[in-house]
Design a protein around this ligand. Sequence first.
Ligand code: ISC
Length: 410
Amino acid sequence: MLEIHSVPEIGIPTYQAESLWSAALALGFPAAVWRLPNRNEINLLISLGGDTQRKKTDLETLLASFVVHPFRESEDSYVLEGDLIFTYSENSVLKNVVNKLGDEHPTVKVLFDQVTRSNPVSERDTLVRPASDPRQVQESDESEHFKALVAEAVAAIKAGEFAKIVLSRTKKKSYSADFQPYQAFNRLQGTYPSAFVSLVSLPERNELWLGASPETLVSVDANAIFRTTSLAGTQAALDAEGVLIPAGEVRWGQKEIQEQALVSRYIVECFKKIRLREYYESGPKTVRAGNLYHLRTDFEVHTAALNFPELGTVMLELLHPTSAVCGTPKEAALRFIEAAEGYDRSLYSGYLGPVNVDQESALFVNLRTVRLSEGEATLYAGAGITEDSDPQREWEETEMKCQTLLAVLT
Ligand SMILES: C=C(O[C@H]1C=CC=C(C(=O)O)[C@@H]1O)C(=O)O
């Protein structure tokens, strides 16, 4: 039985999201804080049951939770059950609390005691990279390695192995003990209003993931409207002087048009597999994601009119990983990624987001993301490769994508 308390009843209007977040982390409770694209509310979910559950993302059966799924499709999702969900307005006023266990539950009390006991959070907030960091030397090796990989993929495309592949890499930075991830989240959500901005703590992995994803994988809103998008093709949104290039002036080359069209086609093929013909498609249009422009096509299905309530779950299984992060055909691209990319993508290019929170589910591709663990920040970025790809430009594209997060971390 869910107990839903209004704010005055629970009597905790003074608890700020950041204090609750810190308390949850101090006690080792899995937690997630997020802000949906073009919305003002900040949501904070805390799971009080110990370890995060591993199971399938089933939108029909999951209770209110926050889900994180790795890139590898065969793995289960991390499901953070929403024992406590706080919603704050844009000016940090607590608007609503869902407390599944009730105010008198001992673990809830332990959490609130911890909030009251905690020290005020330090304002100092820096991501430090020592000047003598040996990684500086490594970076040129990494660039050579990535460019060689792109050249290999272009050769494989020309040999007919696949039509498109997304290749990725990491960039590592160290951060000091003073670094405050919650404040980085706050800056990120202020900087990227149209992104899905989130910060997740997975204690059993000893990791935090912070990101600003521009790509909806699957969403189902309170009116039972299903949405997905195809996002691909990248160019800088700022000119050499750092001035925004108006979206109307952006021109796309054949490479980007083809790269994005392949993602749209992949989505349409997924609809065809389940014989779904009644969908709305609009685009492609130029959309901005921080310092970058992309091409995006939006797809929409009215699931209630089609009497297809489980469409979100069905499409999630079919779509992930889309050719915006993997390639076409999927199996051949996956084989190449596994064999040649040379590292474990982990949660990067998986998906994450709230499920059945406030009657909606919204899952986003885990892009423009950084993993924070034991003083090391790992940024992830990929680029779609077609037969027209130039290795140097693809490397630069991944560097630009890393900037999305670097800019708020440093
Ligand atoms: C794989 C990433 O971006 C995808 C989404 C938009 C544009 C992309 C591109 O132009 O390659 C990628 O498909 C990433 O940011 O790591």
